[in-house]
Write a protein that binds this ligand. Structure first.
Ligand SMILES: Nc1ncnc2c1ncn2[C@@H]1O[C@H](COP(=O)(O)OP(=O)(O)OP(=O)(O)O)[C@@H](O)[C@H]1O
Length: 240
């Protein structure tokens, strides 16, 4: 179980202090598929980065299966089987896609297995295995390779996907929805998926709305989705 206790995160910008996450407490139960949503700038990615250790909270505690991970490095959290796919993934000059997938997997992956992870994210695998994960890939390609590398981490107990739909075409998005549906059915890990997409929210066991650095609402999709769509239909934060 993941537990956040009174977590806060402040930054100082031009001498002004901004509180991005505000005394936020929540638990994510094991093997749940949780979608985090909410308006742009509400603090969703920051929250994901705090869970992964990319940012350090300025207050509060984060516990993973009862272990206090608040001050742990990203590498240590990765060893505790927590993984994160960035909203804007990094590129690795000189590293081939098949090698990235093997590194993520933790051992040499057979070509056939690499291909199946790439197919799961809507990429025609044979075209990509030997490509470098560098600036020659488009934004949507690198994004899907990043998601495939998290899928290749079979040991994960908590997988965090930050807006997997961002920059992805409609055909690949349909494939991704199918892949997330399969992950949910396997029920082998907790999944936190940050998304604005109704079709992804429909997969959720639970939806958490983060707004202005706080949990604004949380509940089942039956409780949250209908009025969420109503509430935000005018400001285009959510797309069908
Ligand atoms: N290191 C930082 N320094 C200054 N401001 C920051 C920093 N990190 C985040 N912010 C600000 O905090 C707010 C929350 O950012 P965050 O990326 O977490 O939002 P989000 O909910 O993921 O938004 P979106 O839906 O647009 O991806 C934004 O206003 C952002 O500009």
């Amino acid at each position: 179980m993941l537990e956040l206790r009174h977590v806060s995160f402040q930054v100082t910008d031009n001498k002004a202090c901004q509180e991005i996450i505000k005394d936020l407490s929540m638990c994510i139960e094991d093997d749940k598929f949780v979608v985090i949503t909410g308006p742009n700038g509400g603090g969703k990615s920051t929250l994901a980065k705090l869970i992964m250790g990319i940012e350090k909270p300025t207050g509060g505690q984060i516990l993973w299966n009862g272990i206090d991970i608040t001050d742990m490095s990203i590498a240590k959290r990765a060893k505790l089987q927590i993984g994160y796919a960035f909203q804007q993934p990094p590129r690795f000059k000189g590293l081939k896609v098949k090698d990235l997938l093997s590194i993520a997997h933790g051992s040499e992956l057979a070509e056939e297995k690499c291909c199946s992870y790439l197919t799961d994210v809507g990429l025609c695998s044979k075209d990509y295995l030997d490509r470098d994960v560098d600036a020659s890939l488009s934004g949507g390609e690198v994004k899907r390779i990043e998601i495939a590398s998290l899928l290749a981490r079979q040991d994960l107990k908590l997988a965090i996907f930050d807006e997997p739909e961002a920059g992805i075409d409609l055909w690949s998005f349909a494939k991704l929805v199918e892949t997330f549906q399969k992950l949910k059915e396997q029920s082998l890990k907790s999944i936190i998926l940050i998304s604005h997409q109704e079709r992804i929210m429909e997969l959720a066991d639970e939806i958490i709305v983060i707004d202005n650095g706080k949990v604004k609402e949380r509940g089942s999709k039956a409780e949250i989705l209908p009025h969420l769509m109503e509430q935000f239909s005018d400001n285009c934060a959510f797309k069908k």
